[in-house]
Ligand binder design. Structure first.
Ligand code: P61
Length: 458
């Protein structure tokens, strides 16, 4: 049976897990309008809602928190973070932000104008929403393999280079203020991007003088996949691979809540001095002064230390191995998932899991609700609740390409026996899948509706 490299840490502090009855869960989820974002955490046994901001920090990070130098300007924790950003990413100019979308908001407000196009391998919902909020167009250009849950391409997150070039030719360079690359590619399953693809994307954009920005949330996990899967990188260290990736970037945004191993924090870096000046001005207006960007200085220290810990190969082998372990347990039971599994999560393929539920009844959300009812597992829908769009011309709904349920595994939080429990619960839901019903929306907000929408069972 599948096994993974055992947890390369021991547990110094513990947090009790809520154990609930089925009757209690039925009540909780109905009270939440069948939206798992509305569940209080005390109703949740295994919380796979997100790997973002949910990591366990190390004793070294906690010790760093006590060394917070809460000076408004020029705190020594800021200078430590600056050193780490320089060493890991090779960037001299950066600002901290409160989280990833803080960086996105600042960057897009200084670069993007209404009507502009911003290509990406695949935008995550916050980058998309922040571009659309300014009147820009967020364009997804992932390779077709990325949209096929059964295709075992090793780098399913890659950019479709021919489509990128065609897009530039079609809309004109003057309408593309930047292009982005999300590593790993979260929305298609936490799938990695190869270094060859990053390099080729940079070369293509450089020919058109379009700035290339990386969405770097899970860059360390992406580096590990490159080391394991890409020719020529087997003997390179994670920091060496990272430095090569970022050498091709004109800037990056990062939610440090993922591979920064912190509960809050983000980064925004840019090489162009003129652009960086605008970034600093916007940051001061909306996030905070340039040496803290909306964070306490102790948070900067935790981030500096976490960024380094996440590049430890033993940690990454365990981390990626844990995700693969859960995936293999599910595959043994014939459960349809996105293959191969990505870096931070296992994605259930709801279209194949629940073929009797049409996209108009949100199969991935229906599955999410079933997992909660069966075992108190909170997963997240990454499908049409999150991504469906109304066609402005025809008024027709364009459903998401994929209907996925993401089991995002927080870093350093759950053990192998927790994963065994999760596999058993999903196995039980799979056996009873024909009884699962679809859902309909009864209330929704105009932007990022999945956070707050309310539903009813069909
Ligand atoms: C997540 F349900 N991701 O995956 P911030 N880029 C990328 C992300 O994955 C990302 C951000 C930028 C989350 C948190 C999350 O509707 C949701 O620090 C590739 O969250 O601002 C975040 O970073 C933004 C979950 C975000 C959601 C939005 O779970």
């Amino acid at each position: 049976m599948a096994q993974y490299t055992f947890e390369p840490f021991k547990i110094k502090s513990v947090e009790a897990i809520p154990l609930t009855t089925r009757e209690e869960r039925e009540q909780w989820i109905a009270d939440a309008g069948y939206n798992i974002f509305r569940l209080p955490s005390r109703a949740v046994t295994i919380d796979f809602l997100t790997d973002s901001g949910t990591s366990a920090m190390s004793d070294h990070q906690w010790a760093g928190m006590l060394e917070g130098d809460e000076a408004y300007a020029g705190s020594h924790n800021y200078f430590h973070l600056q050193q780490v950003v320089r060493d890991l990413f090779g960037f001299e100019q950066f600002v901290p932000t409160h989280q990833g979308r803080g960086a996105e908001q600042v960057l897009f407000n200084v670069l993007v104008k209404p009507g502009n196009i911003v290509p990406n391998n695949t935008h995550f919902d916050t980058t998309r929403a922040n571009i659309e909020a300014i009147g820009g167009v967020a364009l997804d250009l992932v390779i077709p393999e990325g949209l096929d849950p059964t295709n075992r391409h090793p780098f399913k997150g890659n950019m479709h280079l021919a489509n990128l070039e065609q897009t530039i030719e079609r809309v004109g360079v003057e309408n593309i203020p930047l292009a982005m690359m999300t590593i790993t590619n979260n929305a298609v399953g936490g799938q990695p991007v190869s270094l060859a693809n990053i390099r080729a994307t940079k070369e293509l954009l450089a020919r058109y003088k379009i700035p290339f920005f990386i969405d770097a949330c899970r860059y360390a996990e992406n580096c590990y996949f490159i080391q394991q899967r890409e020719d020529g990188y087997r003997h390179k260290s994670i920091p060496e691979i990272a430095r090569e990736i970022f050498s091709y970037a004109d800037g990056f945004t990062m939610s440090a809540k993922k591979d920064g191993l912190v509960n809050i924090g983000g980064l925004l870096a840019a090489r162009d001095p003129g652009l960086f000046e605008k970034i600093q001005n916007r940051l001061i207006l909306t996030e905070g002064f340039i040496s803290y960007g909306g964070l306490a200085r102790r948070d900067l220290e935790a981030m500096a230390r976490g960024l380094l810990e996440a590049t430890d190969e033993k940690y990454l082998a365990y981390r990626i191995g844990q995700v693969r372990y859960l995936a293999e347990r599910l595959l043994e039971m014939g459960i349809p998932i996105v293959e191969p599994p990505g870096g931070h999560a296992v994605f259930l393929d709801a279209k194949r899991f629940l073929p009797h539920i049409p996209q108009s009844q949100f199969p991935a959300l229906a599955l999410t609700i079933a997992l909660y009812l069966e075992g108190g597992i909170r997963a997240v829908e990454i499908g049409s609740v999150m991504f469906a769009k109304q066609d402005p011309a025809t008024g027709e709904t364009r459903y998401a390409a994929l209907e996925l349920v993401r089991l995002a595994i927080p870093r350093r939080v759950y053990t192998q026996s927790h994963l065994d429990y999760v596999a058993e619960v999903i196995g039980e839901v799979y056996r009873q899948r024909e009884a699962i019903r679809g859902v309909k929306i009864v209330w929704e907000a105009p932007l990022l509706r999945h956070f707050t929408a309310k539903f009813e069972m069909v």
